[in-house]
Each structure stands twice: as structure tokens, then as C-alpha cells.
Design a protein around this ligand. Sequence first.
Ligand code: SDX
Length: 428
Amino acid sequence: MNEKATLLVGGKSYELDVITGTENEKCIDIQDLRSRSGYITMDPGYGNTGSCFSSITYVDGTNGILRYRGYPIEQVAEKASFVEIAYLILYGELPKPRRMKAFSEALNEHAALHTNLEHHFSGFPKDAPPMAILSAMLNLVACFHPEVLEVHADGPEFDRTAALLLSKVRTISAFAYRMATGKPFNHPNPNLSYCANFLHMMFSEPYQDFVASPVVERAMNLFLVLHADHEQNCSTSTVRVVGSSRANLFSSVAAGVCALWGPLHGGANTGVIKMLEDIKASGKSITSYIDMAKDKNSTFRLMGFGHRVYKNFDPRSIILKKQVHDVLQELHLDDSLLEIALELEAATLNDDYFLSRHLYPNVDFYSGILLRAIGIPLNMYTVMFAIGRMPGWISNWKELHQHNQRISRPRQIYTGYTERPFVPTAER
Ligand code: SDX
């Protein structure tokens, strides 16, 4: 049945198509509303506005459902490697053994950086934010691979470029850490898994290779799988907006890194740890922080809480909360911040301010404690999120082009001065 919506405005009636997705989500198609009626719609922050049709990831915020190409996050988190999930998100199907082998070989083939590219790290100050380095270096990679500037979503070069990005984001991130700590770069080792290779590049020393324990490797794999895509979040939408101008894939994902950096988005995982450390150091009660978060005169927010889409729970937070316990136990670690986090979560579950606003722990609330447990330094947390989200960014950029989507160009309602004559300096 072709469902319709009727809009009565300005004394006229306009019939608009209703489009239904495969999960029975519905939207009112307003693509020709302005040309027919002269009216636009207004939705700052796009909380009620669809920007695209996508078949990559499905999120049901009411029921806490997250699926990558139809596979539930709970199943892929438990059974899949990040490389498998990157392939699934990019190509729509889980890789058969032969494709998986070829994909892994491509990641290995492109793991190293051009030596001239390595020299750029020495130009950064030691305390440069790793997200700034990551965004800059991702753009720079295109200078050493000019062929990627002309990559098309369906061209033969796309597969190579996607593998190149997925692999080099990991090398660039590890080199940013090594540069900041004044240590020599560790070059990628093709005999290691995606995660083990990253940990090797981060933590091996000239006198001793770092060999990740299975627990640590598994924890990092889980972290990356859980962050691999999340439909039209702020950074993925940024990648789409930049890509819609037909900007190349590298500059599009470099823009995604910048959007992810914000404390309301990917920067929150760092914010959570800083908040928990502050609570621990202050000696103040959990209640005082809860009260501050509720106080409209305070800019303080509980980092890692709330979500534009999830209104009951973030399924990733549930998985991470369990994993954190297991990893700390297996590594015989005790993290007092976990106790504070659990106490904070428990306090909000009985507080109407949070319940009435549907504020629950999101993916960032426990992820920082997991990263802490596996030894990732605090200033690299959001970089880890970017490594995880790279498949989602690349796949959304590809889908945008496959749908031949128009350039993103929102409208506005002007609220400034009406026309007025220019005033020469002498008369001002
Ligand atoms: C990610 O979109 C995605 O999918 C993102 C992500 C992904 O995988 O890509 O899931 C990853 O970015 C998770 C979110 C990480 N950010 C944080 O943890 C930062 C803290 N949370 C927020 O600032 C906030 O909850 C957002 C940014 C996540 C959502 O913002 P919204 O949807 O615009 O909600 P809002 O700011 O309009 O808040 C609604 C109400 C307000 O109170 P009232 O004005 O109704 O009285 O809830 C309050 C807010 O003040 N509120 C909070 C709060 N978050 C919202 N109050 C205290 N602490 C908080 N954390």
C-alpha cells in the first residue's frame, strides 16, 4: 500500500509520500516540499531528519538493537574478528575464507608508511593531540598515493584504497604515540593479527618485542568491533557531507576524525576517565556529581551518559561492562575507577532526572576502563575509536557514491537585518 502524508499549510494541502524501510521505519519524503510549497522544515541537530537511505547498520534506540548488515552486535562481538567485521561493513557479506585471506594480505601489504611520510611526525610537537596528528596524516597519505584522489566507489581502485586506509590508520596512530613518547617507530609485522600488530607497533621496544596476551588482543578486537559503525552519527554524517562534494575518501575520513574528536562524541571516552579520576581525587560523594549533572546552571554533564538514539540502553555498553570485569579479572588488575563507574550508574538508575530523560550509559562509559586495562594511554582513546570506526566511514562514503547522492546543502531561516543602505566610514 502506498502510504501518504497530507500537509495542510498556507491554506493548501500537499500530499507527501511515506517511505518504509526494511525494519518498518517510516519517513515522510519532503524532497520536493520547498519547490511545491515554498516551505522548508527546520530540525537543528537533525534529531528528526533522515539524511540518506542506508543498508549498512540498523539501530533501534527503543529496543537497544544494533546490527551490522543484519548481524546482531551481541553475536559479532562474541564471534567475529575486527577484520571480518570491516569486510562485512564494506562489502555487505561475511568474507569466505579465500576473500578473507586476500583482504588480510591487502591490509598487510599496505601497513607500512612511505619513509617521507614518517618524517612528518618529527614536525609535530611532542604534546600534539593524537587526533590532530591522525587527521593531518590521513590527508597527507593522499599526497603519497595521488591515485587515491580519483578513486570511485565502484572502481577497481576502491578495494585497494579501503584496505590501505584501514591498515594505515593503525600505523599512523601507533607512530603518533611513539613520536609523543620519543621512541623509535616499530614497523608493522605481517605475521601478526590486525590487533596484535597494532599493539606491537605501540609497545615493542628495540630490546624486546611486545607480544600481546590473548586476553589483551581479544579485548582490543572487541573494542574495535563494537565501534565499527553506528549509522548516521555525527562523524559518519560529516564523512558523508564532505564526500558529497565528491572530495576524495582520505579527506572525507580526515574530516570524520575531526568530528569524532569532540567531547560530545568520540572524545567522551576520554572524558569519562577524566571524570572518574576527578571523582576519585576529589573525595566528594557520587551524589554531589549527580547533583551537578542535574543542575541547569552547571555545564557539567555525566560523560558517557545519554544518547540521541538509544533511549533504554546502549547494547555496546552492556557488552563492554561485562568484558571489563572479565579482562580485569584475567589480568589480575583492580581498577578503582570501575567501582566508581558502577556506583555512578547505579545512582542514576534510581534518579528521575536520568530516567525521565532516558539517560543511560553509552558506548563510551565503560570503553575507557577497558582501554586502561589493556594499557592504552588516555590521549589515545579517541584515536582507538577512530581506528574502529574507519570501516563505517569508508562504507558510508562508498554508499553515498553508489546512490549518486546530491551534494549536501541544507537550507536556513534567515533572522538577521532586512535590507539597509551601506554607511560610509565618515558617517558611522
Ligand atoms: C557517541 O550518535 C551516535 O551514534 C554516537 C555514538 C557512535 O557510536 O557514533 O554512539 C558515539 O558519541 C556516544 C555519546 C558520547 N557522548 C557523551 O557521553 C557526552 C555526554 N552526553 C551528552 O552530552 C548527550 O547525551 C549526547 C550528546 C550524547 C546526546 O545529546 P542530545 O541527544 O542532543 O541530548 P540533549 O543534549 O538534548 O539532552 C536532553 C536532556 C537535556 O536536559 P533538558 O534540557 O531536557 O532538561 O538530557 C540532558 C540534557 O541536559 N542530558 C544530560 C546528559 N545528556 C543529556 N544531563 C546530564 N548528563 C548527560 N550526559
